[in-house]
Design a protein around this ligand. Sequence first.
Ligand SMILES: Nc1ncnc2c1ncn2[C@@H]1O[C@H](COP(=O)(O)OP(=O)(O)OP(=O)(O)O)[C@@H](O)[C@H]1O
Ligand SMILES: [Mg+2]
Length: 274
Amino acid sequence: MPNDRNLLLKLENLSARIGRQVVLSNVSLSIKTGECVAVVGGSGAGKSTLLRCLMGLTRPASPFEGRLVFNGKETHFPLLQNARKPERIAYVPQNPDQGFDPLKRLAWQWRQASRIITGASDFTDRQKQLLEQLGLKPFGRSFPHEWSRGMQQRLLVAMALIGEPRLLILDEPTSALDPLIAAQVLRAVKAYAELHDIAVLIVTHDLSLAARNAHSTAIMNSGRVVEFGETATLLSSPQSDYGRLLVKHRDWTVLSNPQSSGSITAEQSFDAVS
Ligand SMILES: Nc1ncnc2c1ncn2[C@@H]1O[C@H](COP(=O)(O)OP(=O)(O)OP(=O)(O)O)[C@@H](O)[C@H]1O
Ligand SMILES: [Mg+2]
């Protein structure tokens, strides 16, 4: 059980609907400070809806019951009309194409993001350090297409980190990338998050990605969290029918503890080629 002192986010019994359809039912999960948590589930399971509710959005799904404690602040659902969105949660979209204007230089886009998030467009020492720590070079006069997809994705993450969030949400962070580049991006992001005690919530279809990266995992099906717990335990002995179905065809314990076997994961093969 999580130690309450280290608890960054605690969600209890969140339910939400779109029109008359209930799309989330009694969803509970928790995230500790600096922890990496995965939400895994098939298409339509409610993963993106859950993220939107955590960010305080009420469309298209409106949360009608539940309680959220994030960073010491408590929120009850349904939200009051003038409720403030939770601060210090950052979100990175799935695809770099959704995050950049192809016709504007990267330096301009960075300044805009900085102005919106911090109120100032100065390129601070902390921001320079942030780019360096994510392995990014100076923008020069580059446009987005002049950078590789992996670099664009890391830059989107860097933009999300300008505001020094406590929680970084990555929605399907690797689906638009080649697997080796995806592993490189995730490794850079996780290293930065660990260094700065930022929790990371990864939403994915890919159980092996959860196995390699997340300390805890929530498995979702039909708007419910059917399992939530330590990833290694959950993969080695799933308790629900859906969880058992999901883990059945692979020995995920190998991936959750790569040192324990000779199997090569995407991350290890990246190490081998770089
Ligand atoms: N704009 C919308 N209008 C009506 N129903 C919607 C809308 N967006 C999502 N839904 C419904 O809400 C449910 C949850 O969808 P959600 O997008 O959260 O799933 P998901 O797990 O993120 O799926 P995916 O892996 O495909 O992104 C689904 O039944 C979906 O059909
Ligand atoms: Mg989704």
